[in-house]
Write a protein that binds this ligand. Sequence first.
Ligand code: VTB
Length: 324
Amino acid sequence: MVKGAGGLDRILAMEIVRVTERAAIAAARFRGRGDEKAADEAAASAMRMELDKLPIKGTVVIGEGEQDETPTLYIGETLGKGGGPDVDIALDSLEGTTVCAKNLPNALSVIAVAAKGSLLFAPNVYMQKIAIGPGFAAGTVDIDASPRENIENLAKAKGVPVGEITACILDRPRHARLIEAVREAGAAIRLIGDGDVAGVIHATEPGETGVDIYLGSGGASEGVLAAAALRCIGGQMQGRLILDTPDKKARAAKMGITDFDKVYSAEDMAKGDVIFAATGVTDGNLLAGVRFGRDVITTDTIVLRSSSRTVREIRARHRDLERL
Ligand code: VTB
């Protein structure tokens, strides 16, 4: 993408807001209805409709699934009305499908856009992740260090006792040992049901969210999206794809991955100029969810741009309700 003032990433940063707003509104109509599939499909088709209005030639590198798994927004699909630059798109029209179906906090509609070849083309597998916010020396935490070492090093760097550190972890049986180790180290844990893109973003704003570090494994797609956000906000992240079967290795190889144990930094997952937008579907720490009024729908969105590090918070009041 063209850099700096007048650059296309600058114009797109404003355009992209409509994409996540519209997906979030579509998903929010299904909040608390226990129907994950309907919420997901509504969000995906709304997102697709808005993306096709943008003057870009986009390739979905992180999407709703691999081509045989989803009718729309699959990895490799091309989008946009063309006439503009070639870009990579990472998206999750409804990140936190289950939390949306249960109307619990932190469901988001999310997108990241960067120049072609800048976003990690990753299969739909788990990724081990660790992330902290900005302002710490490189190497303060490390994906290969023990939870105790990471918690202690972070507390030391922050100048607080270990007991004042809170780790955000997805509440899953596979994390039982990790949760135990973090508690043994003396830190507190915020367990989340879903939504680890929000979890990683929360670690970048400990003052507001109470989360200092994100730990554990979640979707690789969510990892790339979180890395894109971190590139814009600052902070450190490492991720490693969990390719523990021959099939997963083969799928990764098909996407051009040769080193199956590679530790990816945020920069490795989202290079160059990146724009990122997220609209709240359900209420969360960083964003309020969609509000349906009598004749107005209100959405809250953050739009981030790595080249300027601008964080925009956009509250929109939508009045053309028949269209939405
Ligand atoms: C996480 C979470 C997502 O997938 O990435 C999770 O942040 C990982 O998969 O919201 P499991 O649910 O199998 O643990 C989501 O839940 C999206 O499906």
